[in-house]
Design a protein around this ligand. Structure first.
Ligand code: HEC
Length: 248
């Protein structure tokens, strides 16, 4: 018991600083992902192919499976989702070599198959919502959720450019430093803030879906399994009563 306690404490102790190193949680930015909303997932898939697949693979997913799960026939998949000249049966890979990517960006764009399971939907949503102008960064932008990220703000035309509002804060040692208080939209993009937010919700939902494609089926089947167990339980109960009634 004591050993288990110590082990847990040790793990938490070790994990704590690792979590702390990732940017702050941003309470003002929350997302609700609804995997039953097919229209949203379809839009998310399309945005992903347009804006993200140039750099990020989703190498465990095939176009055909995505089409099937999201209710698109193969012609629609070919016409609307594949911009890379690949076949529908192929996996969603990218042409860029990892070492080249690293030379261009300083960090290789990760495969996003598991990102939603690894970091959560809220993280992805906050990351895509909180790019802001920063002249000191190579791409002219920084990120509130993931400070000093090497990813450019690929959706800047849609969102426009945000500027950070700073305030003074003190850390535990009494040192003063500047922290971000909020972001304001300085030059609007092609989309209104509401439209842009919806775009990010769609993209986030799509990434949650690809991180576990079976979840759509599992949840549907799961309801039936529970219903079946309930009915079976009822039968079993009456059967038991029937068997035992002569014994008491
Ligand atoms: C021009 C190339 C490029 C494009 C296009 C691009 N990204 Fe990235 N992305 C990167 C790079 C580089 C990184 C690695 C950032 C780092 O580690 O500093 C990254 C990292 C990420 C991460 C992981 C962040 C983390 O915490 O590790 C997510 C999530 C992400 N991108 C989502 C997207 C989405 C969604 C799109 C499409 C809207 C997109 N990216 C388009 C280059 C790109």
């Amino acid at each position: 018991m004591k050993r288990a306690f110590l082990l847990t404490a040790l793990c938490l102790g070790l994990a704590g600083p690792a979590f702390a190193a990732v940017g702050a949680e941003l309470p003002g930015y929350q997302v609700v992902v609804d995997l039953t909303n097919r229209a949203s997932l379809q839009r998310g898939a399309k945005y992903f192919m347009n804006y993200c697949l140039g750099c990020h693979s989703v190498k465990y997913s095939r176009y055909s499976r995505i089409g099937e799960d999201l209710g698109l026939d193969m012609e629609m998949v070919k016409d609307n989702l594949i911009f890379t000249g690949q076949r529908v049966s192929e996996r969603m890979e990218i042409a860029m070599a990892p070492d080249e990517a690293e030379r261009w960006f300083g960090a290789s764009p990760p495969d996003l198959s598991m990102i939603a399971r690894q970091k959560g939907a809220t993280y992805i949503y906050q990351y895509l919502m909180t790019f802001y102008a920063d002249e000191d960064r190579p791409w002219g932008v920084n990120n509130w959720r993931f400070p000093y990220t090497t990813m450019p703000h690929v959706l800047w035309r849609e969102q426009g450019l945000q500027r950070a509002e700073w305030k003074d804060a003190e850390n535990g040692n009494g040192d003063k430093k500047k922290v971000i208080e909020g972001l304001t939209l300085e030059s609007p993009g092609l989309k209104t803030p509401e439209e842009y937010q919806q775009l990010v919700v769609d993209l986030t939902s799509f990434l949650v879906y690809v991180s576990e494609p079976a979840r759509l089926t599992r949840e549907r089947v799961g309801t039936w399994v529970l219903f079946f167990l309930l009915v079976l339980g009822g039968f079993a109960y009456f059967l038991k009563r029937e068997y035992w009634q002569d014994i008491h």
